[in-house]
Design a binder for this molecule. Structure first.
Ligand code: ACO
Length: 472
């Protein structure tokens, strides 16, 4: 069954109200973005003054457009938005995006209430107001006024803040993190986070869902959506402090609520609360590119004792185990490492470790049934060879089909300077997350472990249901 937001994300006929010839206006940018999208659709600019904008025939009102309209973007001042929305309802438009600001976020609650009452009497689904729109990288459609597009990938991003949402596009590109859709939800008078999580749960282009929220309107619906989502859901909830909650009220007109309750409820629903966007991106990259960990026993391979200890501390602090090596793995590693170091977990390959030591030690840990995931670290300790460290991981991925063979995640850490930076990009592009911090690495491995746990729970639930139906 197709989800009701399918036409919202894949509209065939789009109108832009407030489309303008003036290149400084948001209505111009929104129209242009749709027009230059690598996506086939019909586009109608709406402006009472013009006959044509950007080479497209212009209509005075949405009700004048001869076709049925799947999606309308509104970019006119707040005071006239209600009238436009009424026109959309009359035209039986399916979906609307209200870009315009000037509603509850600035105290204009009556204006916003009027929009809500129009929506309630119609069959329209409405995003906003006070939003950037969305970018659907899965199909190449840009239904926003913002400049720039994300790389196509499988992380769906939802942002209550428009500016932050736009920033997230650039951050994702910088991190080689592919995005399926990115959407701003603003004041959430109709389409809410729960609707979008439900949509992304069934979206075949999406593997991970990430949200930046300031408040939720319907806590129960939000938690149920996370609970029912068959994919990992990562949440950054802002407005943790008193002053932060005050800032939230003036940004999107929402109440931040009790922070402790949010933390507990997100965890109970099976989501992961992230401290900030960097952590959300760290975890999203790991979850999008790696298989989940089936348990919390982690093996660490390093060429530097110090980073090995910091990783061990960080893993233990994050709730993961760094167990002793099994006798079989001990023997394998003993053959690889120089005499001046002893086999242990973390496995210290010594500072001059090259390609083969990294490859053989990492394989030995992956082959160990007592290890659920591996962290590979490299420190630029003078005579270390960063390209061999990166090369060993890439070879295991490309030639030995690492994930298929072992079904275990592998993530990496580095400590170094410029010499590493380009090499690190190669790993990122291959879907191996690599972090410049022990703590960030451990937290990302934790996300992979929690995802493994969530999947197991989901399978048990399904099994339970089967028995239930068999009894019946
Ligand atoms: N139907 C269609 N078009 C109309 C109508 C109507 N009934 N009435 C007026 N228009 C036209 C105007 O004539 C104008 O076109 P023109 O340039 O050809 O004259 C166009 O609609 C836009 O109207 P303006 O009055 O010029 O409004 P402007 O473009 O300056 O501002 C806007 C409108 C952008 C919606 C503004 O009110 C606003 O809310 N800005 C903030 C938007 C925003 O930031 N949203 C949050 C995004 S998230 C983030 O923070 C990134």
């Amino acid at each position: 069954m197709t989800h009701e937001l399918e036409t919202f994300f894949q509209p065939k006929i789009i109108a832009v109200v407030g489309a303008s010839k003036d290149t400084r206006k948001i209505g111009h940018e929104a129209l242009k973005n749709i027009l230059i999208s690598d996506y086939e659709c019909e586009i109608f600019p709406i402006n009472p003054k013009d006959k044509e904008i950007l080479g497209l025939k212009c209509y005075k009102k949405v009700t004048d457009v001869p076709e049925k309209i799947d999606l309308v973007l509104i970019s006119v001042p707040a005071v006239i938005v209600a009238q436009i929305l009424r026109d959309c309802a009359q035209k039986k438009v399916k979906n609307v995006i209200i870009i315009s600001s000037g509603f509850s976020e600035v105290g204009n609650h009556d204006l916003e209430a009027e929009l809500v009452s129009i929506i309630k009497k119609s069959n329209m689904r409405v995003l906003g107001p006070n939003v950037m729109g969305y970018k659907n990288a899965s199909i190449g459609l840009d239904a926003s006024f913002a400049y720039g597009n994300p790389r196509k990938g499988n992380v769906a991003l939802i942002s209550q803040s428009g500016a932050l949402g736009i920033g997230m596009i650039y951050l994702a590109n910088n991190e080689f993190m592919g995005v399926s859709k990115i959407i701003g939800v603003g004041n959430k008078i109709d389409i809410d986070d729960d609707d979008l999580i439900d949509y992304f749960a069934q979206d075949t282009e999406t593997k991970v869902v990430g949200l930046y929220i300031e408040a939720v309107k319907d806590g129960r619906a939000f938690m149920n959506s996370i609970k029912n989502c068959n994919k990992p859901v990562l949440v950054v909830k802002a407005g943790r402090s008193k002053a932060g909650a005050r800032a939230t009220a003036s940004h999107t007109g929402s109440m931040a609520g009790s922070d402790k309750i949010y933390t507990a409820a997100i965890k109970q629903a099976g989501g992961i609360r992230c401290r900030d966007l960097v952590e959300l991106f760290d975890m999203a990259k790991a979850l999008a590119g790696q298989p989940p960990a089936q348990g919390n026993n982690i093996g660490i391979v390093t060429n530097g004792g110090g980073i090995g200890i910091m990783l061990t501390d960080a893993c233990e602090e994050a709730g993961l185990n760094v167990p002793k090596l099994s006798p079989k793995t001990y023997k394998k590693i003993d053959k690889i490492i120089p005499d001046l170091v002893r086999p242990n977990n973390p496995v210290d390959l010594s500072a001059d470790a090259g390609f083969f030591r990294y490859e053989l030690a990492t394989s030995a840990l992956l082959e160990d049934p007592n290890i659920d995931g591996v962290i590979v670290a490299s420190v630029h300790g003078g005579y270390a060879r960063p390209e061999e460290f990166i090369g060993a991981i890439l070879k295991m991925i490309r030639e030995r089909k690492l994930h298929k063979e072992y079904k275990k995640p592998i993530i990496a850490t580095w400590v170094g300077g410029r010499e590493y930076e380009d090499l690190v990009l190669d790993l990122k592009a291959a879907g191996v997350p690599i972090y410049p911090s022990a703590w960030r690495t451990a937290r990302s491995m934790l996300a992979l472990y929690l995802e493994g746990k969530r999947i197991k729970k989901e399978k048990q639930k399904k099994k339970g249901n089967q028995y239930y139906f068999m009894d019946k």
